[in-house]
Design a protein around this ligand. Structure first.
Ligand code: NAD
Length: 264
């Protein structure tokens, strides 16, 4: 049998990082070799993740002892992960959202030399919802479309990466870009809405793991498509599947659809 995939988790002390550690610990496909925490993390030195002590990216030389990094941190953590992966040749799986165009570009560039897989949402249900929404938006081009998302009160970006990804899919179904069709809810919006536009509404509070609802609104009828995550282990499981899948792959910018296609 081949050896387990040597795994590093970036953002290890965060909500997703801890969910990943929980699953990876019992997954024989992986050996956890690095648990990377934020430069300002107060947990450094106190916690132990499996047999691994937490460390910072700055203290990891990128010495080729990691096959794949899973990153759920933030823009700075992702940038550091890209650098370490490029230096060591490790593959990178990232779920971090709220990226600036500059980081998006940096990620795309990394795909020229290492295998990179990025997903705004690692759940299978959201992958299917995305397909359904693309199809519905295409079939009903003149209907107004709003995406309503709800998350816990600590979430930093809004609308969520998943809401934006759903918006991109719906716009693509209408043969346009999201920039061309997006209308963001704003104070004092008055007057009629332009037909076929895509709006976003954001709810933040409590411990909501992640909810997305797409409303397609016509005259006298509407369609509601939705997904509700009740446990963040679904994202962690999806990210581990992606990590197992991408290990040893050629450089490139891979997507969660590639992983799902390989399984169907
Ligand atoms: P969190 O705030 O609980 O965890 C983020 C962790 O990253 C924190 O512990 C923080 O200290 C750490 N971090 C910050 N900078 C770092 C650095 N430079 N190096 C190493 N670690 C660093 O957040 P979360 O809920 O775990 O979410 C993390 C990210 O993942 C967010 O962008 C969120 O939107 C995204 N997310 C994506 C999915 C998905 O399926 N793609 C699902 C859930 C969350």
């Amino acid at each position: 049998m081949s050896r387990p995939v040597r795994l590093a988790i970036s953002g290890a002390s965060g909500r997703m990082g801890l969910a990943l550690l929980d699953l990876a610990r019992d997954d024989k496909r992986f050996e956890l070799v690095r648990a990377i925490v934020s430069p300002s993390s107060g947990r450094l030195g106190k916690a132990v993740y499996g047999d691994v002590s937490p460390m910072r990216f700055a203290d990891w030389s990128g010495d080729g002892d990691v096959d794949v990094v899973i990153d759920f941190s933030g823009p700075d953590g992702l940038l550091a992960a890209i650098e370490r992966c490029e230096a060591s040749g490790a593959a990178l799986v990232t779920g971090t959202t709220g990226l600036s165009p500059a980081i998006e570009e940096r990620l795309a560039k990394a795909g020229e030399s290492i295998a990179v897989l990025r997903a705004a949402n690692f759940s299978l249900g959201v992958a299917v919802l995305t397909r359904l929404l693309r199809e519905a938006a295409a079939a009903l081009p003149g209907w107004d479309l709003d995406i309503v998302e709800a998350h816990h009160d600590r979430k930093e970006d809004a609308p969520s990466g998943t809401a934006l990804a759903l918006g991109h899919a719906a716009a693509a179904g209408r043969g346009a870009t999201l920039d061309e069709l997006a209308v963001y809810a704003r104070e004092g919006r008055t007057g009629p809405r332009k037909a076929g536009t895509i709006g976003f509404a954001v709810v933040r509070g409590g411990d909501i793991v992640g909810e997305h609802q797409a409303l397609l609104m016509g005259q006298g009828e509407r369609i509601e498509l939705g997904h509700r995550a009740t446990d963040r282990s679904i994202f962690a499981r999806g990210a581990l599947e992606a990590a197992a899948w991408i290990t040893g792959r050629a450089p490139g910018a891979w997507t969660i659809e590639d992983v799902i296609a390989a399984k169907v």
